[in-house]
Unconditional design. Structure first.
Length: 153
């Protein structure tokens, strides 16, 4: 199972280029959580210090507006969410609810700090990759916002 998890992580942008030995070091510290269908990984506004990588199942990223939840994105196996909380220690910007029974690897700031103490270059690579992923998502959000603005009267 450990090899499958390493392969899953290495296939993601955040862990692209990260050595297998680094992930072998990291994974024993990271719990695998199970979230039942319709339960939440976390809710918008909660404090957070970890990100999640879906191993199995699907989840919806939801943003609340005027008492209604709106789906921003659907996440599948191999997708990650929650990395903003790892980077900025801020409150969760959205909720994530399981659309199916899910299992996910939970990676906390503390877990990543262990990589920092073990191998600074690999830690820096993970941090740079996280920054790139957040920028990619910001660009997509900017494009959506611009399109919506241009379509409104």
């Amino acid at each position: 199972m450990e090899d499958a998890r390493i392969e899953l992580l290495q296939g993601m942008p955040i862990f692209g280029g990260v050595r297998a030995e680094t992930l072998e070091f990291l994974l024993p510290f990271c719990p695998v959580v199970s979230v039942a269908k319709n339960d939440y990984f976390f809710r918008e506004g909660e404090e957070g210090d970890s990100m999640f990588v879906i191993e199995k199942g699907k989840a919806a990223v939801l943003k609340s507006w005027q008492g209604q939840d709106h789906v921003l994105q659907t996440m599948n196996a191999g997708d990650c969410f929650g990395e903003m909380a790892v980077m900025d220690f801020g409150a969760r910007s959205a909720s994530v609810r399981a659309l199916e029974d899910c299992t996910a690897i939970q990676i906390s700031v503390g877990n990543l700090y262990k990589v920092y103490t073990q191998d600074l270059k690999q830690f820096a690579l993970i941090q740079m990759n996280m920054g790139r992923e957040v920028c990619r998502r910001l660009r997509a959000a900017d494009d959506q916002l611009f399109s919506a603005k241009m379509e409104s009267p």
